[in-house]
Design a protein around this ligand. Structure first.
Ligand code: BGC
Length: 247
């Protein structure tokens, strides 16, 4: 099935049509800058721009960087506070004229990696982490998702984990890979303690640079980059929309 997958992030909104049976993109993805402030209206216009670019009239699956429950966005760590407790599925459906289904961005990336990527057929506890403006997390056990885990907000040394170890912090503080990995390892140690997963899959912007820091990473589990790299979020958001169509 062809669904337009869109990944709303703190710095960019990315989208492409996805073949949800194979987990592949049907056209090159496009990216528009996330407007600042990232209000619902302004971001919705970005989503409309992507839908128009592809002349899309079918269903859209959208990943959102916060908690999503039954189409409502309940948190907004890296976007405008106007998203809190908003019926965002309704807003985006109205704006685009297409049926939009929303899911947390890390949950989306995890769905894609578990079905087609680094977690394929893995029955063990798998933790997907997306590392970008924030840190997103999705836990799978026997391939089943526990949604909206929000583990980027675990507190480490008195701060949200994503305010110590996200890619945004790496860039802001001009950390080299070794320095960033040291911070990230502290986070992984905390996740190990709480969840003991067998596998960590790292997604988001830094997944493309895995070679730069893999030698510095340490955890009580295997650590691999997302197979779909930063496209996992787009693909998973589209897959989630199919599930909603068929149930
Ligand atoms: C949000 C999560 C999101 C993550 C990655 C965090 O700040 O709270 O919901 O998955 O950023 O975008």
């Amino acid at each position: 099935m062809a669904i337009l997958g869109i990944d709303i992030g703190g710095s960019g909104i990315k989208g492409a049509p996805v073949d949800t049976n194979t987990g592949t993109l049907l056209a090159e993805r496009i990216r528009v800058e996330t407007p600042q402030p990232a209000t619902p209206e302004a971001v919705a216009n970005g989503v409309v721009e992507i839908a128009r670019h592809f002349k899309w009239e079918g269903s859209i699956g959208c990943g959102y960087p916060g908690v999503v429950k039954h189409g409502r966005t309940l948190s907004a760590a890296n976007v405008d506070a106007g998203w809190v407790n908003l019926d965002a599925e309704h807003l985006l459906t109205q704006k685009t004229g297409c049926r939009v289904t929303l899911i947390n961005d890390a949950d989306a990336a995890g769905l894609a990696e578990m079905r087609f990527g680094a977690g394929m057929n893995n029955p063990n506890p798998v933790m997907m982490l997306t590392i970008g403006t924030g840190i997103g997390a999705a836990l799978f056990v026997n391939g089943h998702l526990v949604p909206n885990l929000e583990l980027g907000h675990l507190i480490i040394r008195g701060k949200d984990a994503e305010d110590r170890a996200s890619d945004r912090i790496r860039l802001e503080k001009e950390l080299n890979w070794r320095q960033w990995a040291k911070r990230f390892n502290e986070y992984l140690a905390y996740l190990d303690l709480l969840f003991s997963p067998d596998l960590y899959i790292l997604g988001g912007g830094v997944s493309k640079r895995f070679d730069k820091y893999k030698e510095f990473l340490q955890a009580n589990a295997e650590i691999v980059p997302a197979k779909m790299l930063n496209e996992a979020g787009i693909i998973g958001a589209a897959m989630n929309a199919v599930e909603h169509e068929t149930h």
